[in-house]
Design a protein around this ligand. Structure first.
Ligand code: S3P
Length: 429
């Protein structure tokens, strides 16, 4: 049970080049390296609890992982090994859902499990479409909750229209499609584009994936894929906590270096811009992904309504809500029911905590309203959710606060408190 005491911050100018590496891309690097027959070379793999769990999982599946001076060399096994122990996904829905898609067509029996928070998150969004194409998946509540058991089998090609825009669902199905029998293509579509790292990375490895209007057509692999050779940029979702810190603190500015600039991942910065903050994107390279610098400067913020592209904001809405609480007027979040099934129920957690900070916030089934106001010094809980913990650590810089149950920050951003201590006093207990 870690507790963080964070003091009020004065104005700051900060340049950060070591925000934690991208979590989504790190998980994918570990899992996708199993699809090649050669050694993948991964620089800047995220050294955080969740992504280290995923590395342990691929080791249990037979991969050889060597770390030489911080560079990972991942050599896949000739055949996936049937592990004697359960595969621990930690707190990560991404790991569990992507592995469900991948393992469904691997020879053997596999059990996926995680921590108590992950154990309450819905898996049927992946289990049901996979079962429909022949996967043998079971778990508590008829395959909805972990432990999830998988007996690998031959899968059929499919046409699946996902009812939710979820990159985890999309990635699980794309991984399943790669091993579909008859060499026939599969077709996937979703209500709006979710983050597209899977498509980009797999294409780069040689998968035949085509985009036809709103549909993704995936052709099964006929030969092993090319290995990955990648340097993982900083995570824009993690960097965003410091963007909000600068936006809400008068006379402050942050320069976030080497950040992923994929359009499905920087929407929250554009909302900050719409609210009045000065935000600038400077692209510096473009290999698998666009990467560069983001500069954010304080300006008086005004309220905003957010109801579109929610999947592009899903991880940043907690931090963005701290900016809403500091803005002039009532901000509204709509169409965001997915927030209820994240690492915590983020609608309920944000509203409850903001009220404890003296900010008027009301909950609706698919979102919430926040009336900008004056923070009072507070004590709040993280509900075991890393993004709630870091959002309120940032809120504390307005007038001081205390956040309980903050160990979860280590699942995605282990150097968060070290960076926060560059702008204010941080005490850990
Ligand atoms: C992720 C996708 C998102 C996001 C999660 C990471 C990914 O979840 O919230 O933190 O890496 O694919 P959904 O796909 O369920 O929306």
């Amino acid at each position: 049970m870690g507790v963080l005491h964070v003091g009020k911050a004065d104005s700051f100018y900060l340049q950060i080049s070591n925000v934690a590496s991208d979590k989504s891309i790190s998980h994918r690097c570990a899992i996708f390296s199993l699809l090649s027959d050669k050694t993948s070379v991964i620089k800047n793999y995220l050294q955080a609890e969740d992504t280290l769990c995923t590395l342990d999982i691929i080791k249990s599946l037979g991969a050889d992982v060597k770390d030489k001076d911080g560079v990972l060399y991942i050599t896949p096994p000739a055949n996936i090994v049937e592990p004697p122990l359960i595969l621990d996904c930690g707190n990560s829905g991404t790991a569990m859902r992507l592995l469900m898609g991948f393992l469904s067509s691997c020879d053997g029996f596999f059990v996926l499990h995680g921590d108590r928070y992950l154990a309450s998150r819905p898996m049927k969004r992946v289990a049901m479409p996979l079962r429909d194409i022949g996967a043998k998946i079971d778990g508590r509540q008829n395959g909805n909750l972990s432990p999830i058991c998988i007996r690998g089998s031959k899968l059929k090609p499919f046409e699946y229209k996902s009812p939710i825009a979820s990159a985890q669902v999309k990635s699980a199905l794309i991984l399943a499609a790669l091993n579909a029998k008859n060499d026939a293509p599969s077709i996937f579509s979703e209500p709006e584009l979710s983050r597209d790292h899977t498509e980009r990375m797999l294409k780069g490895m040689g998968v035949n994936i085509e985009h036809k209007n709103d549909k993704i057509v995936i052709y099964p692999n006929t030969k092993p894929l090319q290995p990955l050779d990648i340097t993982i940029p900083s995570d824009p979702s993690s960097a965003f906590f410091f963007a909000v810190a600068a936006a809400i603190t008068p006379n402050s500015r942050v320069v976030l270096e080497n950040v992923l600039l994929n359009k499905t991942r920087i929407e929250a910065y554009k909302i900050l811009q719409k609210m009045g903050a000065h935000v600038e994107f400077v692209q510096e390279e473009n290999k698998y992904e666009s990467i560069g610098r983001i500069i954010v400067e304080h300006a008086p913020l005004k309220a905003v309504e957010v109801s579109e592209n929610i999947s592009w904001l899903i991880d940043e809405l907690p931090a963005l809500s701290i900016a809403f609480a500091c803005a002039q007027g009532v901000s509204m979040v709509k169409n965001a029911k997915e927030l209820r099934v994240k690492e915590s129920d983020r609608i309920s957690a944000m509203v409850k905590n903001l009220n404890l900070c003296g900010i008027a916030a009301i909950e609706r089934e698919d979102g919430y309203d926040i009336t900008g106001g004056k923070f009072k010094s507070f004590e709040v809980d993280s509900f075991g959710d890393h993004r709630i913990a870091m959002s309120f650590a940032i809120a504390s810089i307005v007038c001081g606060g205390m956040v309980k149950d903050t160990e979860c920050i280590n699942t995605s951003f282990p150097n968060f408190t070290e960076l926060l201590s560059k702008i204010t006093q941080v005490g850990a207990q």
